[in-house]
Design a protein around this ligand. Structure first.
Ligand SMILES: Nc1ncnc2c1ncn2[C@@H]1O[C@H](COP(=O)(O)OP(=O)(O)OP(=O)(O)O)[C@@H](O)[C@H]1O
Ligand SMILES: [Mg+2]
Length: 284
């Protein structure tokens, strides 16, 4: 289901970082799975948004338990998309399906139009997908620097100097702490390492699983600023977040999962105004 305002043919104001068509009030061609607004003739000469990731009717099981029920979603190049939903709705499983940690029993994962469903995780990382996993999953006995290096492990032989500079520019704290064991860092610092490590692989698509988890309100804000900066540098982001209001406030679009099915999807501005969503998820 796509959320459109009742009778609504007028698109919401796109966020600043969206490409506007010439004359700028007309929405771009919606992807195939979107419902066209009533009477919506799409004018010619609109910019084509290239789909970077397409999850196509993915059904994922753990053993006998069906977790994802044929879900479809897409992320365009350079887009910031958030995936919302209650606990155990399948959000992390969706990211794991995209990265290849689990394989869907049916359905496909397409990256840039190429079917990567059978590809192992390292091949997908080499092709441009990176993840900031739930609970960060750092190597606690390794230093900050070594954890960051692991993010670039598939880029053997390449100089990492510029990458370290970029990560340290985003997270100056990590330069100070480069020799500290990751396990002794604060939660906020560990989150910085997890994000920095993901960036070290030069992702085109960054998957983030609850990046605000366990952070103080001040750090959550800082974290969202950094996500915006990463996104502004051209990286497409698919972000799972419990903090729906904040996630939607920086996202282009959002999807809502409920027990393994996508029950709502649409532009972030429309989701923010959706009464059903407000009751269920917003205001947290
Ligand atoms: N490795 C696993 N083996 C068996 N069941 C699993 C496994 N991982 C997840 N599940 C189950 O799949 C369902 C969805 O889990 P998932 O982690 O995708 O939810 P989530 O939406 O990310 O939840 P949360 O908001 O709590 O992180 C849950 O019922 C969970 O118990
Ligand atoms: Mg999860």
């Amino acid at each position: 289901m796509t959320l459109l305002p009742p009778g609504g043919t007028t698109p919401p104001n796109p966020p600043d970082n969206r490409v506007l068509p010439p004359g700028g009030t007309t929405p771009p061609n919606p992807p195939d799975n979107r419902v066209l607004p009533p009477g919506g003739n799409t004018p010619p000469n609109l910019p084509q948004h290239r789909v970077l990731l397409n999850l196509d009717h993915a059904t994922t099981y753990y053993g006998q338990m069906r977790i994802l029920e044929g879900i479809s979603l897409h992320v365009d190049e350079g887009e910031l998309v958030c995936l919302l939903g209650g606990n155990a709705s399948g959000k992390s499983t969706t990211l794991k399906t995209i990265l290849g940690i689990v394989r869907p029993r049916s359905g496909r994962v397409l990256l840039n139009g190429q079917d990567v469903t059978q590809w192992p995780v390292p091949k997908r990382i080499a092709a441009g997908i990176a993840i900031v996993p739930e609970n960060r999953r750092l190597f606690g006995q390794l230093t900050v620097r070594e954890n960051l290096e692991l993010g670039a492990v598939l880029r053997k032989g390449e100089s990492l100097a510029e990458d370290f500079d970029r990560v340290h520019e985003l997270f100056p704290r990590l330069l100070e702490r480069r020799s500290q064991l990751a396990g002794t860092l604060s939660g906020g610092e560990q989150q910085m390492v997890a994000m920095g490590r993901a960036l070290m692989s030069h992702p085109r698509l960054l998957l983030m699983d609850e990046p605000s988890m366990g952070l103080s309100p001040a750090l959550v804000l800082q974290n969202f600023q950094i996500i915006k900066t990463i996104h502004a540098s051209g990286v497409a982001v698919l972000m799972v977040e419990q903090n729906a209001t904040m996630a939607l406030s920086i996202a282009d679009r959002g999807y809502v999962l409920s027990t393994g099915e996508i029950v709502l999807e649409g532009p972030a501005g429309e989701l923010l105004r959706d009464e059903e969503l407000k009751r269920a998820y917003l205001g947290r």
